[in-house]
Design a protein around this ligand. Sequence first.
Ligand SMILES: Cc1ncc(C[n+]2csc(CCOP(=O)(O)OP(=O)(O)O)c2C)c(N)n1
Ligand SMILES: [Mg+2]
Length: 1012
Amino acid sequence: MYRTVLCRLLPAGRAGLVCRRWKSAPPPPATAAAAAVSAEPFLTGTSSTYVEEMYVQWLRDPSSVHASWDAHFSRVAAGAAPGAAYVPPPQLKPPSAGTAPLSALVAPSAGGVLSGAAPSAEEIQDHLSVTGLIRSYQIRGHLVARLDPLEIERKPVETASEIVVRGYMKTFDEQDMDRVFQLPSSTFIGGREKALPLREIVNRLEQAYCRSIGVEYMYINDLEQCSWIRQRIETPGVLSATKEQKRVLLARLARASGFESFLARKWSSEKRFGLEGGEVLIPAMKHIIDVSSAMGVESFVMGMSHRGRLNVLANICRKPLEQIFAQFAALEVADEGSGDVKYHLGTYVERLNRVTNKNVRMAIVANPSHLEAADPVVQGKTRAEQFYRGDTEGNKVMSILLHGDAAFSGQGVVYETIHLSDLPAYTTHGTIHIVVNNQIGFTTDPRLTRSSPYCTDVARVVNAPIFHVNGDDPEAVMHVCQIAAEWRNTFHKDVVIDIVSYRRNGHNEIDEPMFTHPFMYTKVRGTPGILQKYSEKLIEEGVVTEREFKDVVNRYENICETALEASKKETQVYNKHWIDSPWSGFFEGKDPLKMSTTGVGEETLAHIGRRVSSAPPNAENFEIHRGLQRVLNGRMELLESRQVDWALAEAMAFGSLLKEGVHVRLSGQDVERGTFSHRHHVMHHQKVDMATYCPLQHLYPDQAQYTICNSSLSEFGVLGFELGFSLTNPNALVCWEAQFGDFCNTAQVIIDQFIASGQAKWVRQSGLTLLLPHGMEGMGPEHSSARLERFLQLCSEDPEYFPPFAADEFAIRQLHECNMIVANATLPSSYFHLLRRQILLPFRKPLILMAPKQLLRHPSARSSFDDMREGTQFRRVLPDTGPAGRSPDSVRRLVFCSGKVYFELERRRQELGLETDVAIVRLEQLSPFPFDAVKQQLDLYPSVGDVVWAQEEAKNNGAWTFVKPRFETAAAADSVIRYVGRSCSASPATGSKASHQKELEALLTDTFAGLH
Ligand SMILES: Cc1ncc(C[n+]2csc(CCOP(=O)(O)OP(=O)(O)O)c2C)c(N)n1
Ligand SMILES: [Mg+2]
């Protein structure tokens, strides 16, 4: 028999003391509080639970209920006669004919406690206590559940009970344990019983909430969802598994354990970040996939870190074992890319799920060492797959994210990712999070790595249910996996499974854990492996024989041996075998060096221009802001002269791609209007909340979808998400815009680990486009620089190598070879072509665009339709087309620059009357560096002895250190160019407007110094 909470909670003395209140002087049955309550006219069937709860609350803290209830309950407690305690407010109607007193609602109990007439105050109090008790277990039972396989953290019985039930048992003593109590509708512990003895109530609650599963869910505001979970946790017998289920579970555990022990034997000193201690993860994932597949899911996008990754590849994805084993041999790479270590590689498989007999697709997204960084990427990829399949509710595609305990609580990107889970343009309709909680992070104890009780607390912010489960109770793990999968596929909301386990070895296989965790590891050494434990259990239960079990183990061992032999025949490995996002059909039949021009027919430009310059078609019913109307009028005027500004150019690039069937997605903070109020892609009705109109979604009847979405205030999470989105479909222009360029540094991991190096490491391309507002405009250190220099430093091109490409394919070959494109355009037409080029290229490269601020409205930053029409294309370098460019011989100084400083230089040149003396050439694209076009420009001015690079960023920032060696390579000479601009600085820009003006003045003066 289970020991009861009462016995634990109430040592004899205290029990007597607590209970005396009722025992020594029980209130007379007909006159006390409960009777008064029961006789109240307002107490109907529906309100009684509410009143009970309120009463419990009042008992705990009278000030926690409304003053009127406080007064009422006080009067009841003071012995007011039935009906007298309650004074109905004047507007309340008298009781209707159908209302009933509480006594009529409470069925007679087996013990006779409640039989007959109206219940006594004591009986009501006791029932309220039982309701409170049940609720206590539902809320706090998890705190004392037996979750730790090492049993290190197990709390003493008395403390545990205090934690859970607190005061609710204090009204009972041992004799009360056999009294029968009506069960409230908020519990399922009764099964088909409506009433149970208190002893059994406690037993069942302990079974449900305090054994191998500890569930947190009572904070979920939705009653249906709460009840749904209760039913699956509380109903008697929910944990019982069939013989067949147990056998399957054992076989899966055998494979999980067998894989690790095989690797351990064959490569004892290789790092593999094994799963030992947490092997139950494999059957857990398999079960989730089985259940979800049965419920209709066809595609699983998964993300995980190092721990157990190889095992997941082998046993979940069924990646050919020989390919995995070949990664342990130091073989040459036979194809492109510099590759990655084996426990970071992604994969993509399609296979038959044998349990459901349905095909499933599984992708494990490649990830860097940076823990949790892949989370938003997985979500973006999942969302994109759902989007392109028209899976608007996530019924076909779902994501599974695996986490380590230390990383889940420590990395902020987890929070940023979880916060996307319910946003309309970012939701993946529920993610199953699995934490392999081995209760350690490298060498650090959880008590030193987090301030929250659980490593999973971050998920509470989105009301996700959290199932903590003892990893050494595999049947309990399967049960929570079943619930989690059903939950996700029913409610389409996030859910967390926290598999509490341990790590049998050190952080990796050659690491000594006893240095730091002697106590824990002494326990670990004394804990048999899960396979041993579970096989012994099943053998004892007669579910399998010892022989059958050994057969299963040996069979897998043989599979591994055969695969190892096969892998020894391999002489090379292929990075492409590990690609997580294959774009079937995209590359086939394409000449990687051919691209059509990016211009668009004038009629298309004009049509899109007009659409985005007009009020909504039902203008008389859709009132837009007067300021917006002025913006639209201004656009119309520009269009009349066949001119475009930045916003029009962008709209035309997007619109023309939409017309061509290319999905366009622009995401980021406040992108709908645009940080600088220039875009206005979403117009808002001034009188109707949330009534909006997006012209780009209504350009052509058969156009592709346009998605524009204001994001959460996150860079790491959202940029990661968009990167993931861009991996799914190459025929989509996916853009992320930073509020200001400098904020992108909170997403640095995505930039460094995915954007800059993703193709090299994982043979995975992405055409993601980053729009980063950049420019020194006197707005202070934090709103000036998108850190152009950092992006340039991440470009893999050799500064000292002038590519020997033919002139007609120089640009595209460079693009083909590069890892990413960095541009700092000055003209709307450049922006237009750059965006379109992202899609017209026969391959995909990330584009990092320094986006303008002042230039959005600068009267000179305009382009003509002529520069965007059919046959036109992006010009990497904009030569001087004025007097200097027309007569190069008269030029005394040749100035190169990039970005908005051009307009400042140009103006000063004009003011100084130096149009024929100084040529100013713009580099619209910085990387790949236009060696050929720069050389052409240098050659155009052979008599110029003074070539200058003028930039507005500080000398240690901006493009200077990037361009200098490249100019030298282009000119095949040293010191061909000198620097003009701000001196080196620790901060990107001054905080003083006056200093800013002075610095700019100095830059302009220095650029033209000595010429006038
Ligand atoms: C962002 C980041 N910081 C630090 C590390 C170094 N590191 C690798 S594993 C690890 C411990 C991870 O612990 P946990 O998340 O519990 O996973 P486990 O290894 O225990 O499975 C650390 C600190 C890393 N890989 N990424
Ligand atoms: Mg850990």
